[in-house]
Design a protein around this ligand. Sequence first.
Ligand code: NAP
Length: 552
Amino acid sequence: MAASVERQAGAIETGIECDAVVVGAGFGGLYALHKLREIGLSVRGLEAAPDVGGTWYWNRYPGARCDVPSLFYSYSWSPELRREWRWTNRYAGQEEILSYARFAADRLDLRKLIQFDTKVARATFDEKNERWIVETDRGGRLSARFVVMATGGLSVPNTPDIPGVADFKGAIYHTARWPQEPVSFEGKRVGIVGTGSSGIQAIPMIAKAAKQLVVFQRTPNFSVPARNRPLTDEDHRSFDDGLEAYLASLEQSDFGRVPPTAFTAEVPPRDVQWKHYEKLWQDGGSGGFLKAFPNILVHPEVNEVAADFVREKIRETVKDPEVAAALSPEGYPFGVKRLCVDTDYFDTYNRSNVELVNLREEPIEKITTDAVDTAARHFELDALVFATGFDAVTGALLAVDIRGRKGVTLKDAWSEGPKAYLGLTTVGFPNLFAITGPGSPSVIGNVITNCEYHVDWIAECLTHMRRRGLGTIEPERKAQDDWVEHVAEVADRTLFPKANSWYLGVNIPGKPRVFMPYIGEGYRTTCREIVADNYRGFTFGTSAVREQAAAE
Ligand code: NAP
C-alpha cells in the first residue's frame, strides 16, 4: 500500500491516489484518519466544513450542549488525549466539544491529511481496477481502494417546505447551520419551529435574549432536566478511579438499548417506579431513565408510568394549565423518540415573553414577508429559527452520488430502505464502509464510542485483507438480508416503532418508513463472532493478489 499522502495547503485535490479516502472530519472521520494511517495506509480526508468537528462545527445554536456526560463523550482509545484534556462541565457545551475535536486533530497531526471546504459529489466504483473514483464539488478527483463514509447520522438539515418561506424578509436560521458570527436576538420578535432536542435547548436561551419568542410546536416531546454543573476535582477523581472498569465495560459492551431481560422482566409496582423516577429527575440526565427498568422501552404498562411521571412534572412546572396540557406528550410511548435533556425548558413557558402555538390546533398556513400565519392567527416576526432536525442516518450517505458495481446507485439500492450488513457495508458497493451506518447502533447511545468501534473494526478488517492479499470485501446478499430483517425484528419487539420518530425516517417526506438504528443487545459480540468465523457473511475478492503477483 502507498506511503502517506499529505495535503498541499489550499490545493484542489486532483489525481491523488491513496489507499483510503475518509469522508467527514467529525469524531468518526478523525479517528478513521488516525487509525488507518497508523496501520500503514495512505489516507486522505475530505470535509465540507472549513474545520474539523462535524456536527459540533455546524450546530452552534444558543444552548447547544451534549446530552452524554462529557467525561464519557470523549475518545476512549487514547490515554494521552484523556490526560491532556480536562472537561469543565458535566455536559459539555458545543464550543468546548468543538475545541476538543480541534485539540484531537492537532495533537494527532491530522489536519495535513484533510481537504476542508470540500464536499464529495460523487464516488464511482471502477470495477476493472477495483478502485473508487471520488469526485468533489471543487473539481477534485481522487482514486482510492477504500472509501470510509464518516458523514454522520445527524448532519443533513431538514428544512420544511412551508409556503411563502422564501418571501420572509427577516433573518432565517437553522439550528444545524447556525452562523459563525454572533447572532443577537435582543429586542427582536423571534419565531421558532420545532421542539426536538435542538429546539428544547435553544428555546430557553432565545427566550432570555429576545423581546418575544413564539414557539410553533407540532409534537410535544418528553424531556428531562440535565442538571448541568461544573465538574469538580472529585468528579474527575472518581472518573479516573472507575476508568479501567469503564474501558473494560466498553470492550464487553453490547450497546443495546433493549437488554435481553426486557422481555421477561416483571412489571414493577407503580410506586416503586415513581420513586425511582423522582430520584432520576433530581439527578438529571437521560441515561438513567432509559435504563430505569429493563422493560421500560418494551412493556406499555411500565412505559406509561414514566410518561405519566414526566407529564406530572410538566403540570407542576408550567403555571398555565392549558399550556402545560399542550406541552404534554400524549399518544406515543416515553423514550422511543430520542429523549430530550433540557435546562429550564418547561419553566421557560412561565415567562411573559414566550408564547406556545399548538400546531395541532392551528397549523401553519403560510409565511409572509414579516409573519407566520397559522389557521387561526397572524404572528409578526423579525427572525425565524428552524429547529426542524435532520435527514437522519442515511441522509448524508445518500447526498453523495455513490455508484457501485454495474453503475448501480446507492439511492436505488436503498430505495425501499437502507440495506447494510452490520450497518457497515452494502452488497454491490465493495470496499465502501459506513461509520455508524444504518443497521448499527449508530445514533443510539454514545456516538463517539460507536464510531470508535466501527473504525477499529474496519482497521482490523483492512489489516486482515492486507495480510492475505485480498482485494475487495462486500457482504453476501443473504447475510445482508438476514441482518436487515433482524434489525427490524428487534425494533418490532419494542415500543420504538410506535412513535413517528426520525429513527424511522418519517420526518422526511417520501423516505421509506424503516427503523434505522440497531437497538438490540449483542452488536459487538455479533461483530466479533463474525470476524472469528472468518468474516462470516462477507465475500472477499482476491484480485489484489494477482495484481501484486503481476507487479513482482
Ligand atoms: P428533531 O428531533 O427531528 O426535532 C425536529 C422538530 O421539528 C420536531 O419537533 C418536529 O415536529 C418539528 N418539525 C419538523 N418539521 C416540521 C414542520 N414542517 N412543521 C412544524 N414542525 C416541524 O430534530 P432535532 O431537535 O434537531 O434533534 C435531532 C437529533 O439530534 C436529536 O434527537 C438528538 O439525537 C440530536 N441532538 C442532540 C442534542 C444533544 O446532545 N443534546 C442536541 C440536539 C440534537 P414533529 O415531532 O411533529 O415531527
